[in-house]
Design a protein around this ligand. Sequence first.
Ligand code: DGL
Length: 274
Amino acid sequence: MKINPIGVIDSGVGGLTIAKEIMKKLPQETIYYFGDTLRCPYGPRRMQEIQSFTLELVSYLSQFPLKALVIACNTATVAALEAVQKAISIPVIGVIHPGSRAAAKVTQSRRVAVIGTKTTIDSQAYVRAIAKVDPKIHVLGSATPNLIPLVESGQWDGPMAKRVIEDELQELQEQEFDTLVLGCTHFPLIENLIRAVLDPAVQIISPAEETAIDLEMVLEKLDLVEKGVGKVEHQFFTTGSPASFQTIIRKWLLLDDPSVQHVDLRDYQTSFKK
Ligand code: DGL
């Protein structure tokens, strides 16, 4: 029996952190993941461009019989969630609301810090989303764009990585907060390193788990949850090098022989208007 896949998109490997939680929570579901590695990072780009790239990824995945789509990227959620929801008729889930809910749940001091791309932080999307849950929470945003290339490079084990993280978090460290939201899906891959430079009392929130919970709720509501009789066959697509993508998938998702295909979006005609 064929399983209708869940589409998951990101500018690169960051969305794998969301895919991992979906696999954990909904192991009977198949994921079709598309990372736009060639054009990563999205963070420094203009909103219009991010929206247009995101729609291209969605359009490509729309050739498959998807039953839901997760925009596993904060930056793309900020720039394109509404446009994607208008463009396709399946449920579309972003990552900002789930992450905000999770942070509001755990903060005691009501001082929450958020790190992410400049686009995500400047958009104030977390400030608005957290205020919806609890308007008394003070949100401190800090853009940490240098962490994204660090994660994409896969070279985050050496002393160099520690220095980059310390530098990027320095400004934030001068302020008080008890909760830190990883407002970029790339960051859970280096969560241990981030943890090492923070006050141990700070709670780290990754939107991944809450996003998987949201997805499960939506699938249940629409009676779309797989019953576990079909064969799960995850597929990965990248606009960059399949080999380095595969290395990170192996390391992060612990899949032995993941199927990774290279996609050249220049060969692909977008199916809907941007
Ligand atoms: N993973 C992404 C996010 O959650 C974006 C990183 C980037 O492409 O700049 O924002």
